[in-house]
Design a protein around this ligand. Structure first.
Ligand SMILES: [Zn+2]
Length: 320
């Protein structure tokens, strides 16, 4: 308690920036979320409008929090696209119009006078699930999300793995069928072009993957075939991840997994086919646990790590 009092004015702001929703939470250094907000992302206003919306939401929450100001604030933000982590620059975000090489760190630091950390949202979801959700207690943990696209976050040896340029986790762009459909990234037959919600809907000629799963569950044969093909490619690719990383836990989340237990079970059934014999059964494949708060909680965790190091508090002490 003494540490919390002495560091009482210090705050961490966790921000989960999505194409539809912007979620912001203010936490003390013990990891208690004191205030939170969820607003529709002002995506049509471009990067300038969205960054101002983030700063304004943080200011509002801080002004509502007794004995807290923006002095000493650490802000951590998850963004829906690749990030140059060292510079805090968002390379692009398919669901946010006009986002190309946006200097998020510099601009939020200038606007709020704080420290800003920028991370890919899948990496933050992985951190949250590893510490608070499906991966609790494991050292080697993989998070895979299957929704509009497919992405992954890696926690290896207990630490977030960012890769050389901060771009680790682009699992959706592993090519699984070189003659397959063209992917948004320009390549042909990426996993995302075959097994994502977008790919499932397109392949079945339907408006959404949820509609395809409903039809499949009602006995529609062609919807069933589309889903089982998508699930098989995904299961085989997950087997490849297990071969490569030998994780203890692999957690699957995202809209398509949530919408269809049938799809999830088909994915699970295909994983052993893509897994090296001695590794089969070595990895617990489970569903994610944290739901829509995942990104926000991961952002708060990242900010807490930084803030606790500044204040000489042990990382993760309260959460252990
Ligand atoms: Zn691709």
């Amino acid at each position: 308690m003494a540490a919390a009092v002495s560091a009482g004015a210090a705050l961490v702001a966790g921000v989960d920036l999505g194409g539809t929703w912007l979620r912001v939470g203010l936490s003390d250094l013990e990891g208690h979320i004191l205030r939170r907000a969820r607003v529709r992302t002002a995506a049509s206003k471009g990067p300038d409008g969205v960054l101002e919306q983030i700063a304004e939401t943080v200011r509002q929450l801080a002004s509502q929090t007794p004995h807290a100001g923006l002095g000493g604030l650490v802000l951590a933000i998850g963004v829906p696209g690749p990030v140059d982590g060292r510079r805090g620059v968002v390379e692009g975000a398919p669901n946010l119009p006009g986002w190309r090489r946006v200097a998020v760190r510099r601009r939020l630091e200038e606007s709020l006078g704080c420290v800003c950390l920028v991370e890919h949202d899948a990496s933050l979801a992985a951190v949250a699930e590893h510490r608070l959700g499906a991966g609790r207690g494991s050292q080697d943990f993989v998070y895979v999300t299957v929704s509009t696209g497919i992405g992954a976050g890696l926690v290896l040896g207990g630490r977030l793995h960012r890769g050389y340029r901060g771009s680790a986790g682009e699992f959706g762009h592993v090519v699984v069928d070189p003659d397959g459909p063209r992917c948004n990234c320009g390549a042909r037959g990426c996993l995302e072009a075959v097994s994502s919600g977008t790919a499932i809907a397109r392949e079945a000629g339907r408006a959404s993957a949820v509609e395809v799963t409903r039809l499949a569950e009602a006995g529609d044969r062609s919807a069933q075939l589309v889903l089982s093909r998508a699930a098989r490619y995904l299961g085989l690719a997950l087997g490849g991840l297990i071969n490569l990383l030998n994780p203890e836990v692999l957690a699957l989340g995202g809209g398509v997994i949530v919408a269809s237990p049938h799809f999830y079970n088909q994915v699970l059934a295909s994983v052993p086919e893509g897994t090296f014999p001695s590794l089969r059964g070595s990895c617990r494949v489970v569903r994610t646990e944290l739901g829509e708060d995942q990104g926000l909680l991961g952002a708060v965790e990242l900010g807490l790590d930084f803030a606790r190091a500044q204040h000489d508090l042990p990382a993760g002490a309260v959460l252990a």
